[in-house]
Design a protein around this ligand. Sequence first.
Ligand code: AMP
Length: 181
Amino acid sequence: MSATVTAVVALGSNLDDPQAHVRRAFAEIAELPQTWVTARSPLYRTQPVGYADQPAFVNACARLETRLAPRALLEGLLAIERAHGRVRAIPNGPRTLDLDIVLYGESVIDEPGLAVPHPRAHERAFVLAPLLDVWPQAEIPGKGSAADLLRKIGSEGIVRIVVPAKAGTPMDSRLRGNDGT
Ligand code: AMP
């Protein structure tokens, strides 16, 4: 049996109730075979990068333990994207759901159709901030610690989405989840 590997998946959406797409995707990732979601970041509202004329994104990260090989994990994520009606039209354009493998253990993979660490993760605050929420000590192989990288680029253009606590919820249970719910 293959070893369990810690991986991080970045989630993003900017169409048709993006928060709902991202929340559903967290649950669907947890249903992938031989995969366990061990942490979910809060959601962030972020400004589009590259193709600016589109709605703001909702971004987040999930930390997983998985026994799936990187390719099998990617196939599972692509199937979830398709189930959310993802259509690839404009590069960096609007999408119902984008799932990227940011980290797969300490592996460096450079194959057709699969690059890990994700090649742009280290320069994007909307990946680094939620990555740090789920893994404060995360290291991006070849690039350095996620904390140092985020300090360098700054967190401009991203805002943590605060979910209002329900009336009457005691403070300690409000603080319990790591996803703001
Ligand atoms: P995108 O339009 O950004 O969602 O690109 C999706 C394509 O990127 C997928 O079909 C994958 O084959 C490829 N890809 C390469 N590296 C990764 C990665 N680390 N995570 C997810 N997709 C990747």
